[in-house]
Design a protein around this ligand. Structure first.
Ligand SMILES: Nc1ncnc2c1ncn2[C@@H]1O[C@H](COP(=O)(O)OP(=O)(O)OP(=O)(O)O)[C@@H](O)[C@H]1O
Length: 585
């Protein structure tokens, strides 16, 4: 062995577990000392601590330690620490750690309210303290609740009970309009602004007729018999939205009947989903188009007798991306009400098609007309036949337009925004956008922020910059694995993450009641995308602010959005920790 090699080996020995001549491992001895220092005995004043009370192994360690100069020095320090501890002084080691912890605690808490803390032990064994937003529900300013109660909507008693248990006491306007209409057997297109409760608007009539909470049959039977067929298929464009719908159904079903609903979302294990379908025989499935079509094509999902087909975020589902999968679903799930395409006696069940979105372009109206029999358009305070909807005014008959494609999209975006939302735009250079976002968050004292960007790389950079400036941020986009996506979302909902930087993936359906600020760090592609992004805040009549940070040459786009959406988006700046609106000439 070379001399260099032996020196290194000796160094290594010294640096790790030093063994004394008596074979006593010094790391072990240090461990004992640490344990002793943290024991109640060490906290007693020294005069009350007879030396005999020192554990035998410690005494042995002391005797062995005397054998070398180095070990003697170590022992000296040990006694110094011990004396300080017993006399009530804090060692430098303790002080340094305390300062470290204080710093971690202070980092992301500039001018904020008291927070609860999450303690964790880092890989280095040092305890870290993370600030967590105290879950404070936002005030509801202009609640979209109707004058009716759930019991007036014709729902079965068991479902009414579950609604009460889940904390839903009064239906929203759109629920009051949609539930009786669907219960009467109509195909419907439900259009109402983001966060107005459209999910329950279609879930309640389904649960009235499907599963253990359904109405008693004519002979008075109320017991839910497990059927072999699937009664309702709910399709959503993203995995996150699909899971959110499953949770909403489970909330009403309760823990014992959870298996009545089965999720079939992409990114999860397909064979496990197929296994669950076979074993649990669910009455309701919720999934993404790709996965539903895949399992159906494999012959593992039998939906011909299905009675409800729900297309949540229908305008997105009818986009080119989902064309083939949606074609399969529409062909294989139940049968359209009206004529039987095969001319045979109804072998297939009569399916009710429910299409839902905050934005309903005329293409959806056209599709709904061709799929359903006498479908109705259901809005918060209005129900009308789809036949009466003209291309110039699918969702807002108060504001007629020319009928061109872009104006149809504009019309679709109108009435999709919660009325209580406040909108602003702020001009900043590209390199200052993230800093502007940070100042915006502080100025509005926002606790739960979603920032939208268009490209993953820039999105990651933005998170890095925010974190570097002490703001707890996280990224959420399609490039992340399903586990990372769920964990991030969970942390954001729990309040462990203050700013969620994301892309179009989170623009639709994501329901975080506490979200009080949405920031567009990149401009949305059009007014429909603006509406869905903006709708992540101000849910169910709560307060919410939307700030679009853009460069000077992009201001004209904001002006266009303002015109198309029929809302003011004034210019603002963030100075002295406040949002100041700039008055236009
Ligand atoms: N009647 C009600 N009472 C209290 N809370 C409700 C009621 N109906 C729905 N909610 C809650 O309101 C929130 C928003 O509902 P939901 O997600 O269904 O809105 P949405 O209209 O589908 O929004 P988006 O268009 O963004 O998908 C959810 O957290 C839901 O649990």
């Amino acid at each position: 062995m070379s001399s260099q090699g032996s020196i290194e080996k000796r160094k290594e020995k010294k640096g790790t577990a030093t063994t004394s001549r008596h074979g006593l491992n010094m790391t072990w001895a240090t461990g004992i000392i640490r344990n002793f220092l943290s024991s109640p005995l060490a906290k007693k004043p020294i005069r009350n601590t007879p030396s005999l009370l020192l554990p035998r192994r410690v005494r042995e360690a002391i005797r062995c330690s005397l054998s070398s100069k180095l070990e003697f020095l170590f022992l000296k320090s040990f006694f110094a620490i011990l004396c300080c501890q017993c006399l009530g002084f804090k060692s430098d080691f303790d002080k340094t750690n305390k300062i470290k912890a204080d710093k971690i605690e202070r980092v992301d808490v500039p001018n904020e309210e008291p927070k609860s803390k999450v303690r964790g032990v880092g890989s280095n064994g040092i305890k870290t303290v993370k600030a967590v937003r105290v879950k404070k529900s936002l005030e509801i300013e202009s609640a979209p609740f109707s004058a009716k109660s759930f019991s007036e909507l014709g729902l079965p008693p068991m479902l009414l009970e579950r609604l009460d248990t889940a904390g839903f006491t009064v239906p929203t306007d759109v629920q009051s309009a949609a539930v009786p209409t669907i219960l009467k057997g109509h195909d419907v297109v439900i259009q109402s602004y983001t966060g107005s409760g459209k999910t329950l608007a279609y879930l309640l009539p389904i649960l009235s007729e499907v599963g253990p909470l359904k109405k008693k049959s004519a002979n008075g039977e109320s017991e839910f018999e497990k059927k072999k067929e699937i009664d309702a298929v709910i399709v959503a464009p993203s995995r996150e939205l699909g899971m959110q719908i499953v949770r909403e159904v489970e909330k009403l079903l309760g823990p014992t009947d959870k298996k009545v609903v089965q999720q079939l979302v992409g990114g999860a294990n397909r064979s496990r989903q197929e296994e669950a379908l076979k074993k649990n025989k669910p009455a309701i499935v919720v999934g993404t188009p790709g996965r539903i079509a895949e399992i159906s094509a494999a012959g593992k999902l039998h939906t011909h007798s299905c009675r409800f087909l729900v297309l949540d975020e229908v305008d997105e589902l009818l986009s080119f991306n989902f064309r083939e999968d949606m074609h399969r679903i529409l062909e294989h799930v139940g049968r359209r009400t009206g004529s039987d395409p095969r001319g045979s006696i109804a072998k297939w069940a009569a399916r009710r098609t429910i299409m839902v979105s905050a934005t309903v372009p005329f293409s959806v109206i056209r599709a709904a007309r061709s799929w359903g029999s006498d479908p109705l358009l259901v809005q918060a305070k209005k129900v009308m036949p789809l036949e009466a909807v003209s291309p110039s005014g699918p969702v807002n008959i108060l504001k007629p337009t020319s009928g061109s494609d872009s104006s149809m999209r504009t019309q679709a975006a109108l009435q999709s925004l919660p009325p209580a939302l406040k909108h602003y735009h702020c001009v900043a250079k590209l390199q200052h956008k993230v800093d502007t976002l940070r100042r915006c968050v502080h100025a509005l004292d926002a606790k739960c922020v979603i920032a939208f960007m268009n490209h993953t790389k820039q999105l990651k950079d933005a998170v890095f910059k925010l974190e570097a400036r002490g703001m707890v941020a996280a990224e959420l986009h399609g490039d992340l694995g399903k586990l990372a996506r769920s964990t991030t979302l969970k942390k954001f909902k729990n309040g462990e993450v203050r700013v969620l930087v994301t892309n179009e993936l989170s623009a639709r359906g994501l329901d975080v009641a506490e979200c009080d600020l949405v920031v567009n760090l990149d401009l949305p592609t059009d007014s429909i995308h603006y509406a869905h992004r903006a709708g992540r805040t101000g849910r169910l009549g709560r307060k919410g602010t939307v700030v679009t940070i853009c460069e000077e040459p992009e201001v004209f786009v904001v002006k266009k959005l303002q015109k198309q959406l029929g809302i003011p988006i004034p210019a603002c700046e963030f100075t002295e920790g406040k949002l100041n609106v700039i008055k236009e000439d």
